[in-house]
Ligand binder design. Structure first.
Ligand code: IPE
Ligand code: IPE
Ligand code: MG
Length: 250
């Protein structure tokens, strides 16, 4: 695959997380309704999931709907839910064929029953797949996630099964929605904005961040590979000096 030459397959990020932004503006620019942008965005999702799987990424997290997105007009919210449901129904056989395990983070209770049903069904059906985790952030907010973790930990302390003095970074990590996933190595945001919008605030502490002006409906394989190649050029220092890292690698 000559197009992939810039990506070193031996140094792939294990976990890539993407804030899929720009669907609405992409459609408006074409004098189309915003939902047309979301529909085309679903095709980008298909393309990016396929590329991630081909490359051999272990986890792909996609920010599909935030806890704040419930504040959008009712027609847009229900349109998005309908696209999501159709997407899940149409993708199940492809996920099975490609060994993809579906996972989900967020407040699923808020989703319409019809969406939740298909979602839980797909999660169950793909539970044995081991090639890649496709993790959808739905009705997700990092502040909600952290407050929820604090609540569960506090309840354990009150019940006497945990001591406040025992609470460590690992305790917090193990009470997040993402407890069984590695932290993202690379965070991509499409659509030209340079903000996190309440996404994985704890987990991206040391992620490399890649912002692009490309709108999500236009974000396909080629730009994705560019983002990964760019990631591979960076030196991740985790607080050390560059010299320390060079010494360690010798
Ligand atoms: C991202 O695109 C999809 C969701 C947030 C659900 P937007 O709908 O935010 O598109 P813009 O940012 O308005 O262009
Ligand atoms: C972030 O995009 C949420 C998703 C991509 C699902 P938004 O478009 O909702 O973010 P803001 O409102 O511009 O910060
Ligand atoms: Mg947006």
């Amino acid at each position: 695959m000559p197009k992939d030459q810039t990506v070193d397959p031996s140094r792939l990020p294990r976990h890539v997380a993407i804030i899929m932004d720009g669907n609405g503006r992409w459609a408006e620019k074409r004098n189309q309704p915003r939902l047309f942008g979301h529909k085309t965005g679903a095709e980008s999702v298909r393309n990016i999931v396929e590329t991630a799987r081909e490359l051999g990424l272990k986890v792909l997290t996609l920010y599909a709907f935030s806890s704040e997105n419930w504040n959008r007009p009712e027609t847009e919210v229900s349109g998005l839910m309908s696209i999501l449901r159709k997407f899940l129904v149409s993708e199940i056989s492809r996920m099975q064929k490609n060994g993809i395990r579906l996972s989900c983070i967020g407040d699923l209770e808020r989703l319409p029953v019809s969406v939740r049903k298909v979602l839980l069904d797909s999660i169950e059906k793909t539970a044995h797949n081991t090639k890649m985790v496709l993790n959808l952030a739905l009705s997700y907010g990092a502040r909600d996630e952290l407050a929820r973790a604090a609540r569960i930990i506090a309840e354990k302390c009150v019940a006497g099964s945990m001591m406040p003095s025992e609470i460590t970074i690992d305790t917090v990590k193990s009470h997040l929605y993402t407890a069984d996933l590695p932290d993202p190595d690379l965070l991509i945001r499409t659509g030209g904005e340079a903000r996190l919008s309440n996404f994985l605030l704890w987990q991206v502490s040391y992620a490399e961040i890649f912002f692009t002006d490309v709108m999500w409906p236009d974000f396909r394989r080629e730009v994705f590979l560019k983002a990964i190649a760019n990631y591979q050029k960076r030196e991740r220092r985790f607080g050390h000096t560059g010299a320390q890292l060079k010494k360690g690698s010798k």
